[in-house]
Design a protein around this ligand. Structure first.
Ligand SMILES: [Zn+2]
Ligand SMILES: [Zn+2]
Length: 211
């Protein structure tokens, strides 16, 4: 699996970035999926380097993860996936955080829903949707078991868990979601929505040790 990480700036907020991931089966593969097209469509497009986007996946509704969603959807014509509980919140100023972040985000009309256990495939790769509410009610992680890779959105970070005090957040659901992630193998690499990657084994002694 080849994973390109784009650390994209969000609005005019100094130092605030979100991770967009471009994932391909290997470096020669012509196809990819894009996870959380957070902003800066020109940077995403140049990183794609002509690859075909087979799917765009949004880990959750927050506007710091979807700034280039509409543009990427238009350019690529790829299906866009989000959890069914996030669809309504995406376009709402309060629920999406766009109001507090001062962002004006265009949300595409056509978004396909996924739910826990759904599988998105890319070549030989199979990404299982894990519904991990807590940060928002419809937050998801994507787990690729054969390669031991988890895209964790804003649920699990390097040394921290996601906030639960925002709209539709729930500390109880976050504990349950983290308990579920803690069942994954220690060598699972974790690629979060912000900051550096980590692993389940590392977080078992840090963020996951606190649940
Ligand atoms: Zn978030
Ligand atoms: Zn975020």
């Amino acid at each position: 699996m080849q994973i390109q990480t784009l650390e994209l700036p969000i609005g005019d907020i100094p130092g605030f970035t979100a991770n967009c991931y471009i994932v391909a089966a290997d470096e020669d593969s012509k196809n990819c999926i894009v996870i959380d097209p957070a902003s800066r469509i020109a940077r995403i497009e140049s990183a794609l380097a002509g690859r075909t986007v087979k799917a765009i996946v949004i880990t959750h509704r927050h506007s710091d993860h979807v700034g280039a969603l509409a543009a990427l959807g238009e350019i690529s014509n790829a299906p866009i996936y989000a959890h069914e509980l996030e669809i309504n919140g995406l376009a709402e100023e309060k629920a999406s955080g766009s109001l507090s972040l001062g962002l004006h985000i265009e949300i595409p009309e056509k978004i396909s829903v996924v739910k826990d256990g759904d599988i998105l495939t890319l070549g030989d790769l199979s990404f299982t949707v894990l519904h991990t509410p807590g940060h928002t009610v419809g937050s998801i992680c994507l787990y690729e078991e054969s390669q031991g890779v988890l895209f964790s959105g804003d649920t699990l970070f390097c040394g921290a868990q996601g906030r639960t005090d925002l709209h539709s957040g729930s500390p109880r659901q976050m504990r349950e979601s983290l308990s579920r992630l803690a069942l994954l193998p220690d060598n699972t690499m974790v690629y979060p929505g912000h900051d550096q990657p980590t692993s389940i084994g590392t977080e078992r002694h840090r963020a996951l040790a606190r649940i």
